[in-house]
Design a protein around this ligand. Structure first.
Ligand SMILES: Nc1ncnc2c1ncn2[C@@H]1O[C@H](COP(=O)(O)OP(=O)(O)O)[C@@H](O)[C@H]1O
Ligand SMILES: [Mg+2]
Length: 251
């Protein structure tokens, strides 16, 4: 089927219980995202953004409610099934890069592909090299993460996220630890992926980054308090005021 949303959450809640304290990280979230959308999720620290993205990325499960991924109910899947589906369908980018320190750049990108039964060694090498080209890191493929700047590490993390050809990219504050030039490089990579047809969700507490998406979802205390399409004018204004150095940035 083609016309179903890639993501549909129905009354999703997430409760963390520690001793007797219950925290409602998410409360009755209802959210539909169509294939190919570029959505930003904003809101103050602690409002549930990471929890939401972890559930969408199959890194965590909801306490209650239903998660339909491309029309399939994935709410009840076990850990292994979630991992398999995540590896194939979802690319995740974290604020802290999360590269494996004793693997090279090349090996970090290669690793998730080695679990795929549908790819042989040559396919994998081609995909890794293509992904490195896309993020402009081919010349550093034998470096270790500690030998790279934060921006370079994040570009490698983006390459790792896209290498499997996922149907969606989930990025949790991907620019949070980056200087403005590298943040811009990562935003542009995400925009390019979206233009290529990938569904992109980005968590950010920076309203200017959030307005670069097509749709802006805001959370407050675990609930969605607004969900609007970003007008072309708003996006254009952000691009002209936030990115004066855009053309001169050597990224
Ligand atoms: N593993 C956890 N155990 C207990 N509470 C958690 C856990 N993760 C998040 N929380 C709580 O859930 C709420 C939402 O957290 P989070 O999703 O990380 O927010 P955000 O990403 O918007 O800053 C916060 O109150 C946080 O303290
Ligand atoms: Mg967070």
């Amino acid at each position: 089927m083609t016309n179903q949303p890639i993501i549909e959450l129905k009354n999703v809640s997430k409760v963390y219980s520690i001793n007797t304290l219950e925290t409602y990280a998410l409360q009755n979230i209802n959210l539909k995202i169509e294939q190919g959308e570029f959505v930003s999720i904003a809101g103050a620290s602690g409002c549930g953004k990471s929890t939401l993205l972890s559930i969408l990325g199959l890194l965590d499960v909801a306490t209650s409610g239903q998660y339909m991924l491309s029309g399939h109910d994935v709410s009840g899947l076990g850990r292994d099934e979630r991992a398999r589906l995540r590896n194939k369908e979802i690319g995740f980018v974290f604020q802290s890069f999360n590269l494996i320190s004793d693997l090279t750049v090349y090996e970090n990108i290669e690793l998730p592909l080695t679990y795929r039964t549908d790819l042989n060694r040559n396919d994998i090498a081609d995909i890794v090299n293509d992904s490195l080209e896309i993020v402009d890191m081919a010349s550093r493929k034998n470096h270790f993460p500690s030998q790279l700047s934060g921006g370079q590490q994040q570009r490698v993390a983006v390459a790792r996220a896209i290498c499997g050809g996922p149907s969606m990219i989930l990025a949790d504050e991907p620019c949070g630890n980056l200087d403005s030039k590298n943040a811009e490089a990562v935003m542009q990579l995400l925009e390019r992926l979206h233009q290529g047809g990938t569904t992109v969700l980005i968590v950010t507490h920076d309203p200017k980054s959030a307005l670069r998406a097509q749709r802006y979802v805001e959370l407050f205390d675990g609930q969605i308090v607004s969900d609007d399409y970003v007008s072309r004018q708003d996006r254009q204004q952000v691009l002209t005021t936030v990115l004066p150095e855009l053309h001169s940035a050597d990224i």
